[in-house]
Design a protein around this ligand. Structure first.
Ligand SMILES: Cc1cc2nc3c(=O)[nH]c(=O)nc-3n(C[C@H](O)[C@H](O)[C@H](O)COP(=O)(O)OP(=O)(O)OC[C@H]3O[C@@H](n4cnc5c(N)ncnc54)[C@H](O)[C@@H]3O)c2cc1C
Length: 385
């Protein structure tokens, strides 16, 4: 499913991750510091949104490339990889798909090239999984729309210049049929504050308050009351992309544990000479490779515009998130006290991994969608490709 173009993107991402992301990874985690310079460099290397056409700041490639890039970034820092995924896939790719020509010309390339930051603002204090119940409102006042509400847990939100904001444009009972997405530029009406999180630190997780934000008809992304299609599309693509983050987090932990086991002496021999260690490493690798096969296949289905992508994107997200949590836990166990210390990368990746079972739909939400496919078949799900 991967050819030499994907492998070339992998080597660019790996070189960048080992040189630039490794330098900032500990500081991101320790100080919750945002890697603004490194994000800008990722943009210049066309790693933020490789699916976009070259003239818009992408690399003219596909979702498989995005997965491979996120895998390489995640191997060094889950937080950096998650940030690139949210900026490049949830925000930029969605705006490219549903925005108008002004959005495409003025905003998409700036964010894709790392000259500005974009964030995808759906979740609210009231509603994460139950996204159809959001309360943040947009009301028509004269020729404008006025947005009021609170978004929470927004990746990159602390430093974002632009937000894709999901709003309610009709009665709450209308649920997903009265949601509209707007492009909102940071201004006086937007206030952001940092949220302290367990893992994925430094990715700019924020609460975003919108108070009387005036936007125009031209700022609608997609159509009025048609915002749920935009959200569904973004999350369907995002769930395969974030599987790449999970692959990277798991691989980073596995590789460190392997090296540790080769170097650690125990009972007068090497830790790796114990059969349990070998079996643990074999199990970890088998799970990582299963996750890889799933994530690459899901991306391939998207790239081929096949409808069964919708099933595989949820299967890949569910499997790789659980796999990353399991592999990082096993890696820590193999490393003993060292694994639990701040010296090891595994300690950080273990905390990063847990978010993967929550963000972009919890495990239960993935299962909910998979079960709907069991009941209704793929054609029973609305999905634009
Ligand atoms: C670090 C971080 C970054 C994030 N980044 C973003 C972002 O960039 N943009 C954004 O919009 N959001 C973002 N989120 C929010 C994330 O998508 C939500 O946290 C997630 O969707 C879960 O929603 P919730 O937290 O409201 O939990 P709830 O929806 O309240 O879920 C509570 C529990 O109920 C379970 N549950 C839900 N539905 C069902 C069901 N049908 N059956 C059984 N159980 C169910 C859940 O699995 C969970 O265990 C981020 C979150 C974090 C922590």
């Amino acid at each position: 499913m991967l050819d030499e173009v994907h492998e070339l993107a992998r080597s660019t991402a790996r070189e960048f991750a080992e040189r630039a992301v490794a330098r900032v990874a500990t500081r991101m985690d320790r100080d919750n510091a945002f890697p603004g310079e490194e994000l800008a460099e990722a943009g210049k290397l066309r790693l933020i949104s490789p699916m976009l056409p070259e003239e818009l700041g992408g690399a003219g490639l596909d979702l498989r490339t995005a997965v491979v890039v996120l895998e390489e970034l995640g191997r060094v820092s889950g937080g950096f990889s998650l940030l690139v995924e949210a900026v490049g896939t949830l925000f930029t790719h969605t705006l490219y798909k549903y925005g108008n020509s002004a959005h495409r010309d003025a905003v998409v390339p700036r964010v894709a090239l790392g000259d500005a930051v974009g964030a995808f603002a759906l979740s609210e204090p009231c509603c994460g999984s139950d996204a159809a119940n959001i309360a943040c409102s947009a009301s028509r006042e004269g020729g404008a729309w006025v947005i009021d509400g609170v978004k929470t847990w927004i990746t990159g939100g602390l430093h974002a210049d632009y937000f894709l904001v999901a709003t309610r444009t009709g009665p709450r009972e209308a649920r997903h049929r009265a949601i509209t997405v707007f492009l909102v530029k940071r201004g006086k009406c937007v206030r952001t504050s940092p949220i302290e999180v367990m893992g994925m630190r430094g990715s700019g997780t924020a609460e975003v308050r919108l108070e009387g934000c005036e936007v125009g008809e031209d700022d609608v992304v997609g159509s009025v009351d048609g915002g749920f299609d935009v959200i569904t599309y973004a999350l369907n693509v995002g769930r395969t992309a974030i599987s790449g983050v999970a692959l990277g987090v798991a691989r980073g932990a596995y590789e460190e544990a392997l090296e540790w086991a080769r170097g650690r002496e125990i009972y007068g021999r090497r830790l790796i000479d114990l059969q349990n260690t070998q079996f643990e490493l074999a199990d970890m690798l088998a799970s990582i490779e299963t996750g890889r096969a799933l994530a690459y296949y899901s991306a391939y289905l998207y790239d081929s515009r096949r409808r069964d992508f919708v099933l595989y994107t949820h299967v890949a997200k569910l499997y790789t998130a659980r796999m990353a949590v399991d592999v990082t836990r096993r890696a820590m166990q193999l490393e003993g006290g060292y694994g639990y210390s701040k010296e090891s990368r595994v300690e950080r990746l273990y905390r990063d991994a847990k978010l993967l079972e929550i963000g972009e739909g919890t495990n239960e939400v993935q299962k909910h969608v998979i079960y709907r496919i069991i009941e209704r078949g793929i054609d029973g799900l609305h999905m634009e490709l």
